[in-house]
Unconditional design. Structure first.
Length: 274
């Protein structure tokens, strides 16, 4: 074939492969729920990439939590949330966020709805960060009743933190409430204002993690902890007492979502870069 024809064939093949891959990703479930070890349920996040929270991931994760709540209440169980061996989540899908204020508002509302459901989940939640957790991924850690992180990821330090400042984004006040509720007060400036990223030892000190273990042991340790908490936390006492502590946080997030009028959209600055 002439060079021009060969180039055309290669271009067509590349486009076809891209379209097929995109279609496969759309058809693949990004969030799944299953029961393991008797009364322990696992919510698995895996979009085949960076586990960013776009519409599909958020929708499927919320659906899984509805299923998990019903299932684990029936068996007095506990929930483990786990990502991939690279990442728990990289946060909101920034490409969607950059489509404008309406797109950003919708995505943030969906993310806040997920946080509400996690904060008030009626059975114990163990978050297993086998990989990095930044931005909304770090907020998922903050919703856990017990948080376990990998000491290293692929031989490099674990990355945990709220990096909105580095991305040039305003953090909604109702998300900052999650940091205030869980993180050590003396580290709020580092965590929220500066938006620093922490390794596993520092993340424990700051309050993102309760425990760090070798990466290959994170899931096993999380499943064991969930088993212990399922037996220890009696229903409905656990749900009642958890609401005493975290109910005000969930209410603040819900109120923030309702109040997203034009005046409050000033914090919806798009990221300065991807």
């Amino acid at each position: 074939l002439p060079i021009s024809a060969t180039s055309t064939v290669l271009l067509v093949n590349t486009v076809v492969c891209h379209v097929v891959c995109e279609q496969l990703l759309k058809e693949m479930a990004f969030a799944t729920y299953s029961r393991v070890n008797g009364n322990v349920g696992v919510l698995k996040l895996d979009d085949g990439r960076s586990n960013s929270f776009g519409h599909q991931m958020l929708h499927e994760a919320c659906e899984c939590l509805v299923e998990a709540e019903k299932d684990l209440l029936e068996c007095s169980g506990a929930l483990v949330i786990v990502g991939t061996d690279k990442v728990l989540s990289s946060g909101f899908d920034l490409k969607t966020m950059m489509q404008g204020q309406d797109a950003a508002t919708q995505l943030i509302n969906e993310g806040a709805a997920l946080m509400e459901r996690l904060v008030l989940f009626p059975r114990p939640v163990v978050v297993a960060a086998t990989g990095h957790a930044v931005a909304l991924g770090a907020f998922v850690l903050l919703t856990g009743d017990y948080r376990i992180g990998a000491a290293t990821v692929g031989g490099k330090p674990l990355k945990v933190g709220l990096n909105e400042t580095a991305n040039g984004m305003y953090m909604p006040e109702f998300f900052a409430e999650g940091a205030r509720a869980v993180l050590a007060p003396q580290y709020l400036r580092e965590s929220v204002a500066l938006g620093l990223i922490f390794d596993a030892p520092r993340a424990q000190v700051v309050g993102f993690l309760d425990e760090s273990v070798p990466q290959e042991k994170v899931v096993d340790v999380a499943l064991q902890k969930a088993k212990e908490l399922a037996a220890w936390c009696k229903h409905p006492a656990f749900r009642h007492n958890k609401r005493l502590v975290l109910g005000p946080l969930a209410e603040r997030v819900a109120r923030g979502r309702r109040e997203q009028g034009e005046q409050e959209r000033k914090w919806l600055h798009p990221p300065s870069k991807l």
